[in-house]
Design a binder for this molecule. Sequence first.
Ligand code: COA
Length: 255
Amino acid sequence: MTEHVLTQTRDRIARIELNRADKKNALTAEMYAAMADAVVAAEADAQVRVTLIHGKPDCFTAGNDLKDFLERPPHGEDSPVFRFLQAISTARKPLIAAVAGPAVGIGTTMLLHCDLVYAAPNARFQLPFVPLGLVPEAGSSLLLPRIAGYQRAAELLLLGRPFTAEKALAAGIVTEVIPEGELLEYALDAALGVAALPPSSLRATKALMKDRQAQPLAQAMQEEGAQFRACLSSPEAREAMTAFLEKRKPDFSRF
Ligand code: COA
């Protein structure tokens, strides 16, 4: 159990709230484990029709905890992060995300597995895998080119720069941009709407859209995972992550 992930089920909605504000909701192994358990529990609970993931009004998540990456990197496919990705990529019930503030790394890639994504104008997305000496994860090397088109995906994944909610909307990552003060209520309303729909038809429709790409997605996640884990111990990645924690610019000139 961790107090950094809050879960609650009400009105047939399972809510998962990221709650580590002092570290910008950076995700630790314990948090991934709690999130994976919550998604699996929601799938198994006949009372639940939809899952809503959100952070704070000024922060969704700064992505994986970089200290964790350096000190206890994920080792294999039974690691908490992989369990979480498995859970959201195979979820039969709809997943909704409400995103405000930073949504970095997995904070953006997890959205590619959601069915509805609402973002506030203050949302700042980023896929900084290359700048960190890493490769994409969560199936994003397959899903993002499909969702956004190759050129848009190439810009976001190769350069790894932050981008706005407007750009995320144009890339197809975001469903709708909602004013900051209304975001969570809007997402909850959408979840209530989904929860009121005929559940079998809803799940069958999601399955029809998702199942055709299930096999290539599982393969992409495996291949990405193997390369990602290898990159984590590379000198380039260690320099990038250490520089962030030491609050300095990384220096890649010697590589
Ligand atoms: N891992 C570990 N700690 C993190 C973190 C992360 N991914 N992101 C933020 N933090 C910590 C900072 O070290 C800082 O801790 P401190 O107060 O003990 O010094 C605290 O959270 C606040 O972060 P700060 O950078 O001061 O906030 P900001 O508002 O200026 O910037 C971000 C927010 C998200 C843009 C910035 O923190 C960032 O770029 N984080 C790293 C994102 C990243 O590379 N994630 C990995 C993706 S694979």
